[in-house]
Design a protein around this ligand. Structure first.
Ligand SMILES: [Zn+2]
Length: 299
């Protein structure tokens, strides 16, 4: 499961070559008045994956047609855009992605109109910034400001929604602080990757992922055996896993350690059913809290 996000430059060059004419045409229009051709049309917003989708949707709601480049079932670490994806991104009036670190291909395609939600907040070692509630809010605020530049008439609407979102984020923070205060265990044994490190740190938990990397990688047999040993020694009752992984690995470790499996949602990966139900960032983070409270035996 090595990261395959690096873009094939030849593919990119070929697509750009075929697009030269249309891009030259577009280059003369500055951002502020470019995106809309008809005042009756809703803004068309393309997002890379579910994290930017759900954060932007929180503030734009039904005032725009918002879509995702990666279909449900695809996660950003291993995503490699096809030529049709590159064209779609290049042509999109709005393309929101997380940042260059998580989605280097998006940065390469959209350098000039880079609407990275994480701009200004990525100067640290974390990849999964949205797992810090304050950063999730700042990412959403960045998107709000970007949208307001292009759609000044929506400014009061977007500001009002941003205020509501900030209140919801504050409620989430409070729920996490209270919910994770008194727990029997503070170690999160996670059959997955390094997605929840910052969340764990914020609430004084110890995150112990099977794969100690922000990228998706295969765990080594040594890592698996060490985790099994620790879980048995510490008499842990619950282990955690994430949505993008095949369930066999967690099932194997659960069987070896007589533990139960709980889900922690990275929100990077979404099923078709979850997408259809439009489960929000906030919903996923409450589900994570619920499962953490069960797994860590919090009062
Ligand atoms: Zn990840």
């Amino acid at each position: 499961m090595k990261n395959k996000g690096a873009l094939n430059l030849f593919k990119l060059a070929a697509v750009f070559f075929t697009m030269t004419a249309s891009l030259t045409f577009c280059a003369c229009t500055k951002g502020q008045d470019a995106p809309r051709t008809n005042s009756q049309e809703k803004p068309q917003i393309l997002t890379s994956s579910y994290v930017p989708y759900t954060l932007v949707k929180n503030i734009i709601k039904d005032k725009a047609d918002i879509s995702m480049l990666m279909p449900p079932g695809v996660e950003p670490h291993s995503f490699e855009p096809l030529p049709k994806d590159i064209l779609k991104v290049a042509k999109a009036p709005f393309f929101f992605y997380v940042d260059r670190k998580l989605e280097p291909w998006a940065y390469e395609i959209k350098k000039d109109k880079a609407l990275a939600l994480a701009k200004g907040i990525t100067n640290n070692s974390y990849t999964h910034l949205w797992m810090d509630f304050d950063k999730a809010f700042l990412m959403t605020k960045n998107a709000t400001y970007d949208l307001q530049k292009f759609y000044p008439e929506l400014e009061p609407y977007l500001n009002a929604n941003l205020i509501v979102f900030e209140k919801e984020i504050n409620k989430l923070k409070e729920a996490y602080t209270n919910g994770l205060k008194n727990c029997r265990f503070r170690d999160i044994y996670h059959i997955g990757h390094l997605a929840f490190e910052e969340l764990a740190q914020n609430y004084k938990l110890n995150f112990k992922p099977l794969v100690n990397s922000s990228e998706s990688q295969e765990p080594s047999p040594k890592d698996i055996l060490e985790m099994i040993k620790q879980i048995k020694e510490r008499n842990i009752k619950y282990i955690f896993t994430e949505e993008a992984l095949p369930p066999e690995m967690a099932a194997l470790i659960a069987a070896q350690t007589n533990t139960q499996i709980l889900m922690l949602y990275t929100i990077e990966h979404i099923t078709k059913e979850e997408f259809d139900r439009q489960i929000t960032y906030q919903d996923f983070m409450y589900k994570n809290l619920e499962n953490l409270k069960i797994g860590l035996e919090c009062k």
